[in-house]
Design a protein around this ligand. Structure first.
Ligand code: ATP
Length: 505
């Protein structure tokens, strides 16, 4: 489904509303509605379960959003958490200069993909890898993309703003709005929001809204390690809000100014970090597939431009409706953060290794995923229009949200076949009461049964339970599967167990 339809579906079905909509909204800030909050909570639960509950050596934390101002000096965010911005003088539109260049690369890549698609149709026994590594035009474009990416990476890591502008000019990149190439100089822009504590003002007391949850984990490293007696390697996981004053925020919940992260910092012996980096790369990729993301919509993307704290970094990219973009980052953060906090706080943040009988600062491998981006990935992957037979066997289209049952907002809907038959509605309400303590369920008696099925399809409810006249005789209900549309009769007594197996299984 196209991006616009996904956004309007989100509003129509109570997944996402623009923040303060009655005041015309606040740019890049969104509210989650009744179905949205369920889906988001379920994504968080699924992540927490697979990271904390399933790993004996990973424990949780919920640190405050406000932290001592020195935290952000130590982490490098005060000095280096900048994005390069550029304005077009004619349209007055502001852009991230590096993103303009990345979009230019993406356009070249799209041409290659188009050539591959064309060739695929021409040859029966088409070998894509062979075609990509031998076709002249494709190789030429690849070379060009590599050169552009390498120049950008160098300019970004050297902080060479002049060269970034020069590259935009050399590539003759035009403003998508005005079509003009009349650009301002590139300037650095710090992404942290600042405020102050109480009534004390001044630079020293400036507080920041955290731009990542990770630092709350680092400053608590020893508190957690000592209170849980964990030995290396072990991890600390946290879910929480983060804030970034993004320069350009145009892609719905993909890039927000207030968003939520699910992060895990894994503390390891120095020298073993690459082994753990590979381990978490694979483990996280499998996690995405376990929720139904097809492998062809996922890919790794190595960072050309390493952040100041990292010695290796890779993104898991997802194919959103606007192309492959970062969904999760896996970073080998070395001992940078703990060492910096040691220096600025004057407090030791070292681990005593009983086997080596020595103290040292552990290295860290981080997995960091945006909960909102995961939400968008699940919606854009799951939302589909399908042609299916209706109750009379005729073809009809339906909008269906194919979410993994564990993250679906409602697990089942209980539907009496008819509204005005009290014996049916009473029996249906009894079934609903039996289930509601175990699953998030809905009870719906309005409209014809077909329309009620469609409403549940549109919000991703995996199972509909229908109570009909036979139920009154045989204590059985019909369970309809959202994806296969198969229907089976099930005894009311075994309904809860059956749904549990289907959802948890
Ligand atoms: P990008 O390059 O897209 O700006 P990033 O590399 O700055 O992202 P990280 O600092 O690695 O992102 O943050 C970890 C994760 O947090 C990202 O993979 C993403 O899922 C999420 N995230 C980061 N910024 C935002 C944002 N503005 N809105 C929503 N999610 C975000």
């Amino acid at each position: 489904m196209d991006f616009k339809s996904i956004i309007s579906h989100c509003k129509e079905y109570g997944f996402i509303f623009q923040s303060s909509e009655i005041y015309d909204g606040l740019s890049a800030v969104y509210d989650y509605g009744p179905n949205g909050v369920e889906l988001k909570n379920n994504i968080k639960k699924y992540w927490w379960k697979s990271m904390v509950q399933m790993h004996q050596n990973i424990v949780g934390l919920d640190a405050a959003i406000f932290m001592h101002p020195k935290t952000w000096k130590a982490s490098g965010h005060v000095d280096a958490f900048n994005d390069p911005l550029i304005d077009n003088k004619d349209s007055k539109k502001r852009y991230r200069a590096d993103v303009l260049i990345e979009d230019y690369i993406a356009k070249i890549e799209a041409k290659n993909d188009k050539d591959v698609e064309k060739a695929k149709k021409r040859f029966d026994d088409f070998d894509e890898a062979m075609f990509r590594s031998t076709n002249g035009r494709i190789l030429e474009r690849q070379k060009k993309m590599d050169e552009i990416a390498a120049r950008l990476a160098k300019a970004m890591s050297d902080g060479d703003l002049e060269d970034i502008k020069k590259q935009i000019e050399d590539l003759e990149i035009a403003c998508p709005v005005s079509g003009s190439k009349n650009w301002t100089d590139v300037r650095q822009f710090n992404l942290m929001f600042s405020t102050q504590l109480g009534n004390i003002a001044g630079e020293e007391d400036k507080l920041y809204l955290r731009p990542e949850t990770a630092q709350g984990i680092f400053v608590n490293f020893l508190n957690v390690q000592k209170s849980t007696r964990q030995k290396l390697p072990f991890g600390i996981a946290q879910i929480g809000k983060a804030f970034r004053n993004e320069i350009v925020a145009r892609q719905f919940i993909f890039r927000m100014r207030e968003f939520e992260q699910m992060e895990m910092q894994f503390f390891v012996q120095p020298g073993t970090e690459m082994k753990w980096y590979d381990y978490w790369k694979e483990t996280r990729m499998q996690w995405h597939q376990s929720l139904g993301s097809p492998i062809e919509k996922l890919r790794f993307h190595d960072h050309d431009n390493l952040a100041h704290y990292a010695n290796a970094a890779v993104d898991i990219q997802f194919q959103f409706p606007f192309g492959f973009k970062e969904l999760e980052g896996i970073h080998s953060r070395t001992d940078f953060d703990l060492t910096q906090h040691q220096e600025l706080s004057g407090k030791k943040l070292q681990y005593f290794d009983p086997e080596k009988n020595e103290n040292y600062v552990p290295f860290v491998v981080e997995t960091s995923i945006g909960c909102d981006r995961m939400f968008l990935a699940m919606l854009s992957n799951g939302l589909q229009e399908e042609t299916v037979p209706d109750a009379k066997g005729n073809e009809s289209t339906r909008t269906v949200l194919k979410l993994h049952p564990q993250i679906a907002p409602s697990k089942c809907a209980v539907l009496p076949l008819l509204k005005n038959k009290e014996e049916l509605t009473k029996a249906a309400k009894d079934v609903y009461d039996k289930l509601k303590g175990s699953f998030n369920c809905q009870y719906d008696e309005k409209d014809a049964i077909g329309r009620r099925y469609r409403r549940q399809d549109a919000i991703g409810t995996p199972y509909c339970v229908t109570i009909d006249f036979e139920t009154l005789e045989d204590d059985c209900v019909t369970v309809r599967d959202r994806d296969t549309l198969t229907q089976e009769r099930v005894k009311i007594d075994s309904l809860k167990g059956m749904l549990f197996n289907k959802i948890e299984g």
